[in-house]
Write a protein that binds this ligand. Structure first.
Ligand code: GRF
Length: 186
């Protein structure tokens, strides 16, 4: 049995896509962890009948509560998918090379603190970039700086808005993130 912890803060469309991708794999189970009680990802987890844990800052940064959950459920791999908090050192140390993230740009461009969601795509458009893409990378104690596992590219089109670019980027994410996860657990 492989247990994957999915951390998300918002919509969780990647989280749902990953869970659906592994639906035919009874040997892979999931746990959703979320720092926002009102996040849509929790509705998705409930609909998909995946257990979910909601935690706050104290749980995450001021205690071993979240680490305790992961250990108690024998988590093998931690997948960040639209999770906005910096992962604390105790988790990075406990799961060396077992935490991955997806970022909606070609890192190191348009990464770092505060660069998330449509802010990334707006910055890409403002810079006049001809292409953008996704980066899947290991997580260390800095934002968006761990070793890159995979990048995939797409064009930025002349009439793109942040939303139209985001849709193209999401399609890349849905295609690639489950495959990278599959490779890492096999
Ligand atoms: C994705 O674009 C991901 O790259 C970024 O946050 C977004 C999350 O989208 N880190 P969703 O919540 O999975 O829909």
């Amino acid at each position: 049995m492989t247990t994957i912890a999915l951390f998300a803060s918002g919509s969780g469309s990647n989280t749902e896509n990953i869970i659906q991708y592994f639906a035919g794999r009874p040997d892979v189970r999931f746990l959703v962890l979320c720092n926002k009680p009102e996040a849509v990802v929790l509705q998705r987890a409930a609909r998909l009948q995946v257990p979910a844990v909601v935690f706050n800052r104290q749980d995450f940064y001021g205690s071993a509560t979240v680490l305790g959950e992961l250990v108690a459920r024998s988590v093998d791999l931690i997948v960040l998918a639209g999770f906005l908090w910096l992962v604390p050192a105790n988790l990075v140390k406990a799961y060396p090379h077992k935490i991955i993230n997806i970022h909606p740009s070609l890192l190191p461009k348009f990464g770092g603190q505060g660069m998330y969601g449509n802010k990334v795509h707006q910055a890409v458009l403002a810079a006049g970039e001809a292409e953008s893409g996704i980066t899947i990378h290991y997580v260390d104690e800095q934002y968006d700086e761990g070793r890159i596992i995979l990048q995939a590219r797409c064009p930025v089109l002349p009439h793109d808005t942040a939303d139209s670019l985001a849709a193209r980027i999401h399609a890349l994410e849905y295609a690639h993130y489950p495959l990278v996860i599959q490779q890492l657990i096999e």
